[in-house]
Design a protein around this ligand. Structure first.
Ligand code: ADP
Ligand code: MG
Length: 345
């Protein structure tokens, strides 16, 4: 053995996306049926012409959720929905999920029943079947890992690396509400911890809290695309914030983007609360995350197909890579959009 100390690199130096790229660089595909591997919302497997779309996500207590303000039923629902959103982001239809859990003895059977009532409610709402999973013990807290499996058609699947210069940048729904809802819940948590007698009054902020605790995936949009014969040129779901997701599309498609601030949809309740918390609403929309809306690009010739669809906002254009990823503010200035992503480490 050599006396030389083994090299130790702190994972914080790479960040989440850098770490995935680093670990994935030695990944070898042994099967021609692997049409899409690491790098998109979901992987795509060719089963003799039928395409299977697979995604998996983990949630850790204390990092992704706090049980002080997250009802277990909502947690189960959200854990499923966040996975289904990745399947829809491929323009595919989720059909099956597996659920794996690590739990400490702090959780009772009744608490887990409550969690599963949320899982079953999501299965019913989105027409997916729970087909298996795994259960084991954890020393502390709860760990959830869900895999979603879906079906897609080769000509309709949407990737992150296929946006083209001149395409229009569109988004479903509105952005930033979930992040603002989280700020509100975190604030209530602090108040509760310092004074457990005080009951929160969140009645007036129902919308943003709903967006944080019980998000929905945009199945309706995927169905509307199919009905209108629209196939986006690229697509991603917004789990880490608009800025981060736009960066993924631009980097992988080797293009730039210009987004109009006036085109970024923000709900009035989000705007009001952001200002109350001394946050800039557009920053919440760009960097918030957990919106589970779809960010997609379309060929301008398809403009008529989206113009009359409800809940779709056209907010910018794909440009040459050298032009960067920019925000054109309401005041007429141009800023670089910075991808933050979540730095969990
Ligand atoms: P999303 O936010 O859409 O769920 P992620 O940013 O979590 O996507 O993941 C991006 C890509 O990296 C996906 O293809 C995912 O499967 C892959 N990935 C993430 N973590 C790992 C890992 N530890 N090993 C292999 N692939 C991973
Ligand atoms: Mg995704």
């Amino acid at each position: 053995m050599s006396d030389e100390k083994a090299k130790r690199t702190d994972i914080g130096t790479l960040g989440e996306f850098g770490l995935i790229d680093h670990l994935a660089k030695n990944n070898v595909q042994y099967n021609a049926s692997t049409l899409k591997s690491i790098g998109d919302d979901a992987a795509v497997i060719d089963n003799n012409g039928l395409l299977t779309v697979v995604t998996t996500d983990a949630m850790v207590e204390g990092i992704h959720f706090d049980l002080i303000y997250t009802p277990l039923k909502h947690l189960g629902y959200k854990a499923v929905v966040s996975n289904l959103s990745d399947i829809y982001a491929m323009n595919a239809i989720p059909k099956h999920i597996t659920v794996s859990l690590a739990i400490s003895n702090r959780f009772s059977v009744e608490a887990l029943e409550e969690f599963y009532s949320g899982i079953y409610a999501a299965c019913k709402a989105y027409g997916v079947d729970l087909i298996g999973g795994d259960t084991c013990s954890s020393n502390k807290g709860m760990f959830i890992s869900i895999t979603a499996i879906g079906q897609g058609e080769k000509e309709k699947l949407c990737y992150r690396n296929t946006a083209k210069v001149g395409d229009l940048i569109c988004v479903t729904g509105n952005l930033g509400a979930s992040f603002v809802g989280l700020q509100l819940l975190e604030r209530e948590r602090q108040i509760y911890l310092s004074n457990p007698g005080v009951q929160p009054d969140l009645e007036e902020q129902k919308y943003v809290i709903g967006r944080q605790l019980k998000p929905e995936a945009r199945r309706d949009m995927i169905e509307a695309f199919a009905k209108n014969n629209l196939v986006p040129t690229s697509m991603i779901d917004i789990s880490d914030g608009l800025a981060s997701e736009l960066f993924h599309i631009c980097k992988q498609s080797n293009v730039g983007a210009i987004v109009e601030e006036s085109g970024v949809p923000i709900h009035p309740e989000t705007e009001l609360l952001a200002i109350k918390f001394k946050l800039d609403p557009i920053t919440c929309a760009l960097s918030g995350g957990e919106d589970y809306e779809l960010l997609f690009t379309i060929d301008p010739k398809d403009l008529d197909k989206v113009k009359y669809l409800p809940d779709i906002y056209i907010m910018g254009e794909i440009v040459e890579r050298k032009e960067g990823v920019k925000l054109h503010t309401k005041g007429g200035n141009i800023h670089d959009i910075k991808a933050q992503g979540w730095l969990h480490f």
